[in-house]
Design a protein. Structure first.
Length: 635
């Protein structure tokens, strides 16, 4: 709080501070906008020596600064800004005096956005808890206009929070839950196709809070009607959203046949979109590669139809038909792809083995196999190969080497090896050897197996986030970023994957080094302490002890060295082109990240199983009297 701590404020200060005029001048009524305007007004009031009024405005601003997470029962408000140097306001920052002040004025606030926030904070912070504040918050949240025009301001989240509070109060909320449900139903019934995102957000609230009850069929029919209208307008993405939502509601009504039928309808929108891309459509130019991707998505969607309904809906026949259409455009799709030059060696046996290894498995087993297709590039073997290469290379032994960037800059030099494969010459050859092995792995193992995984499994972004959240190697607070990057790569968007993964891998390395007490900063001439970059961290002698020499070598060769792809530098300075961001190096970097995250999770699970078995064995070996004693102690 940016005001003197000993300043007291009360009801009269609230009435004089002019808060309402400030909020009414906001272009859009949402908490972020209110926070900004009240903060500016508070600074002005303090500059004008209106300290008490300024404190009132600061308190309101800080109350509105927090981010609302309506789905959370225990932590619905979080700081909006979290930096290394600090964060914005959190619930615990409000003092008892602040809570007492809010209690004295909350019923006089006649603006719903502000009253809802203040009352909700009082419900969470006032001791003992007072249901009056929850009721004020519920009614204020409901007073916020809920419409297509306001949902971007967060109105749906506010109503969502109102439902949560109403359910917490149960009978104490009276008929509010029933009234809210009816208002939400009415909004959906009146919704038109163009309000797609808003309508689906409202339906999410109804679905998550189980407010549907006997309206399952009714909501399903409304959504199906909107889906068919969107499909007729060639709004295929929106049509899929409606078809998928309608399917869920029919399934909730126990109408499994109708639910399955709408899954098929959803799949057919992919087919229609694929055919539209074959002739160009709204995008202008035709793309066989994009069309092939949509055909593949259609097949994946059809696989969601339960076996009991497949025959009646001709699902297996339809999958075969789509496969045939994919085959017809396959050659043209390949022609559109950017070719990557590879050594003229036959890798068909390796490719077939990699594809067979992951084919036909359940998703967890398939991914376990995928990350273990190759044990990783070993530093020792790479060094041995590099030494042998230098011994046999007459040119390398006589002449120094120069490494140039794509734009012609000299970015690295190596001396002549002089028949002694050591030092800089050896390291440069090791990095080049790493690149050769990497390209072989991507083309021979990783990419073919990944294609099989994509064809046989639909893995959502949420699944990758959950994977990262449960992997012990992922630092706190980074699961969403890692999850999004892993999903992007799985979704063939290696541009996004690479740009998110590279800084997160740097953070991962730094976090684990710091957690072991290793210094990761430097002090400049002005006495400013700065964090070291990944290149400096990778050269620390402690890296091998913390991560192992193979991991350390791969980080240096892949991300940090000018004789390799130097991905950290390329990403940090915006030097990557779209083509290079989709290269085999990007694919390998994505697989490298997936591998360390997934294997860390598997190792953690295996350790838990081993520890559990060990405890069971020890318990079995104890005398019966001792076991009984332990049981009685626990009870």
């Amino acid at each position: 709080m940016n005001f003197p701590k000993n300043v007291q404020c009360g009801l009269e200060d609230f009435r004089r501070c002019g808060w309402k005029g400030i909020i009414n001048n906001a272009k859009d009524q949402r908490h972020f906008t209110i926070w900004t305007m009240l903060s500016d007004a508070a600074r002005k009031a303090i500059e004008d020596d209106k300290i008490a009024e300024g404190k009132v405005l600061w308190l309101f601003a800080e109350a509105c600064s927090m981010m609302l997470k309506p789905a959370s029962l225990n932590s619905p408000f979080e700081p909006s800004v979290v930096l290394i140097t600090g964060r914005s306001t959190a619930l615990e920052d409000f003092t008892e005096e602040d809570i007492a002040f809010f209690s004295s004025i909350v019923e006089e606030i006649d603006e719903p956005w502000l009253q809802a926030r203040v009352a909700d904070l009082l419900w969470l912070l006032h001791r003992p808890r007072n249901p009056k504040f929850a009721l004020i918050a519920i009614d204020a949240y409901r007073a916020i206009t809920l419409s297509f025009e306001t949902f971007l301001s967060g109105s749906v989240s506010c109503w969502d929070r109102a439902v949560t509070l109403t359910k917490m109060l149960r009978a104490g909320a009276g008929d509010r839950l029933k009234e809210i449900a009816e208002e939400l139903y009415s909004l959906v019934e009146r919704a038109v196709v163009k309000e797609g995102v808003f309508c689906l957000k409202v339906l999410d609230v109804i679905e998550r809070h189980h407010l549907g009850h006997d309206r399952h069929q009714e909501l399903g029919k409304k959504l199906e009607s909107m889906a068919r209208e969107a499909e007729a307008d060639k709004e295929y993405y929106l049509a899929r959203q409606y078809f998928d939502a309608a399917s869920r509601w029919f399934l909730a009504s126990k109408d499994k046949d109708k639910a399955a039928e709408l899954i098929v309808c959803s799949a057919e929108t992919y087919v229609q979109e694929a055919k539209a891309r074959l002739v160009g459509g709204s995008s202008g130019s035709p793309s066989h590669m994009v069309a092939a991707s949509f055909f593949e998505d259609a097949i994946q969607k059809l696989r969601h139809v339960p076996r009991a309904q497949r025959q009646a809906l001709r699902v297996d026949d339809r999958i075969a038909e789509i496969h045939a259409e994919m085959t017809e455009i396959g050659e043209k799709a390949i022609e559109e792809m950017r070719l990557i030059a590879t050594p003229p060696i036959d890798i068909s046996d390796v490719t077939s083995a990699s594809m067979s290894a992951v084919r036909g498995k359940e998703v967890i087993e398939a991914f376990t196999t995928f990350v273990n297709l190759y044990p990783g590039i070993a530093k020792k073997k790479v060094q041995e190969a590099a030494e042998e290469m230098l011994k046999e290379s007459v040119v390398q032994s006589l002449f120094a080497g120069t490494q140039m960037s794509r734009d012609g800059r000299v970015i690295g030099k190596t001396p002549a090896s002089s028949g002694s494969p050591t030092g800089e010459a050896l390291w440069a050859e090791m990095v080049r050897q790493h690149g050769r092995e990497l390209r072989f792995l991507v083309h021979g193992c990783i990419w073919p197996a990944l294609e099989v995984l994509r064809l046989e499994h639909r893995v959502t972004e949420e699944a990758f986030v959950t994977l990262a959240a449960n992997s012990p190697i992922v630092p706190p607070g980074r699961a969403v970023l890692f999850g999004k990057a892993l999903f992007a790569g799985f979704d063939n968007d290696f541009i996004t994957a690479l740009h998110v993964l590279v800084p997160q891998i740097e953070n991962l390395v730094r976090w684990h080094l710091k957690s072991r007490g290793i210094k990761t900063t430097n002090l400049d001439t002005n006495g400013i302490e700065n964090e070291n970059g990944l290149s400096t961290l990778a050269e620390l002698p402690e890296m091998d002890k913390v991560f192992g020499e193979d991991f350390t070598f791969e980080v240096r060769a892949l991300f940090c060295d000018s004789f390799g792809p130097n991905l950290r530098n390329e990403v940090a300075h915006g030097l990557l082109t779209s083509d290079s961001a989709q290269s085999e190096y990007s694919v390998y970097a994505w697989w490298f990240a997936l591998r360390i995250i997934f294997r860390a999770l598997l190792n953690s699970a295996q350790n838990q199983v081993s520890e559990g078995s060990k405890e069971e064995d020890e318990a079995a070996q104890k005398p019966t009297s001792e076991q009984n004693k332990e049981k009685s102690t626990k009870h």
